[in-house]
Structures are given as C-alpha cells and as structure tokens.
Design a protein. Structure first.
Length: 202
C-alpha cells in the first residue's frame, strides 16, 4: 500500500507552511482492516506532486483543475440511489445523501458525496447495519443518548441533536450523544441543525 499524506494543523493557523506536516497512514491491523482501507481512499488523497519532497501536503478541499459541474439535486439523488442499492434503509439514505451533498456545496469535499464509495461497500458487505433500529437508551431533562444499532452515525447523531434542542431551550443547556455506530461525517451538520433552531452547539 502506497503511503498517503494529509495536512495536519498543529496551531491556530493551519495555512502557515511551518504548521503543515505530513502524516503517513499505514495499514490498520485487526478485523476492521478491510473496512477502514476503503474509507482511507476517500478521506485522504496522495501527496500533491508540487509539494517539496519530505514536506508534501495534500490538496484536500480544492476542486481538481479538470472537473465537471453537476447540479446538486442530481448528485444528491445519485448518492441516495447508490446508498439504497447497497442496502441502506430509504429514510436514512435520503437524509445522508442530502447531508453529503451539502458538504460538497460548502466546499468540504472530504466529507461530501465521495464518501459513498466507502459507505456502499461497507453496507453491502455487512460491515455496517443497513437497517438500524435507532433507540433512545437514556434520557434526562437535559440529556439524551441514542443507540445507533451498528449503522452509520449520521441518523443517530441527528436524532440526538434534534432531541437535545428543545431540552436546551427549556433548561438553558443540553447534551445529545450517540453510540454504537460508524462514521458520522462532518460535525458541522449537527451544529448547523442546532443553529437553525436558534441554538449554538459544538
């Protein structure tokens, strides 16, 4: 496996050249190796050839020079269709496709629709539960814990966020948490969901 390099920010200004250091990823040992290797190819790209040797950085969220514009609704529909074909339940596939397309629209390509190339094989091969039964397993006036039942993390994390919003409005602060699931993508999805209802989140 060819080593891949990513930019790792070590300070408050990640664009400063002195703070960009290569991080080499190596094969992950253990039973999850196959599932994770598929995700690596999506989250990280080979070091950009224009960077000096030994200090190569990844060009992550910059569109390639040669690319095609695709209407976001078509991209969303394609992602949803792929996820459903791989075995993800329809409501979760539609929600996930919208969130991934939103990531692309915001320029966060690492957490956009390119992720379906890893999610679909993981769903198809049974590494992720395509029909998770989400459940609130613990709840108080100011907290909620959602179990993801071995599926992707987007739906349970969004469920926890949406359950925490009215609690925060009533109590002043609340915590939403989720467990037993895979990748939940960009944390910004859930922050923006809280912001839509007049709350701040982190």
């Amino acid at each position: 496996m060819r080593p891949l390099h990513v930019v790792r920010a070590l300070g408050a200004s990640p664009t400063h050249s002195s703070l960009r250091q290569p991080l080499t990823l190596r094969p992950f040992p253990g039973p999850f190796k196959a599932a994770l290797e598929g995700a690596w190819s999506l989250a990280y790209i080979p070091a950009h050839e224009s960077c000096p040797p030994r200090r190569r950085c990844a060009v992550v969220n910059i569109p390639p020079e040669e690319s095609a514009r695709v209407p976001s609704d078509e991209l969303r529909d394609l992602a949803a269709a792929c996820l459903k074909a791989a075995g993800l339940r329809a409501d979760h596939a539609d929600q996930l496709a919208q969130l991934l397309a939103n990531g692309d629209l915001r320029g966060v390509r690492t957490h956009g629709t390119r992720q379906i190339q890893g999610y679909c094989p993981a769903l198809r091969d049974g590494h992720l539960n395509g029909n998770p039964q989400l459940a609130v397993v613990q709840e108080t006036d100011a907290s909620v814990l959602v179990d993801g039942d071995g599926g992707l993390g987007y739906a349970p994390m969004m469920m926890a966020t949406e359950a925490a919003i009215p609690k925060a409005k009533a109590r002043g602060v609340a915590v939403g948490a989720s467990r037993h699931h895979g990748h939940y993508g960009s944390a910004g999805h859930y922050v923006r969901r809280a912001m839509a209802d007049g709350c701040c989140a982190f």
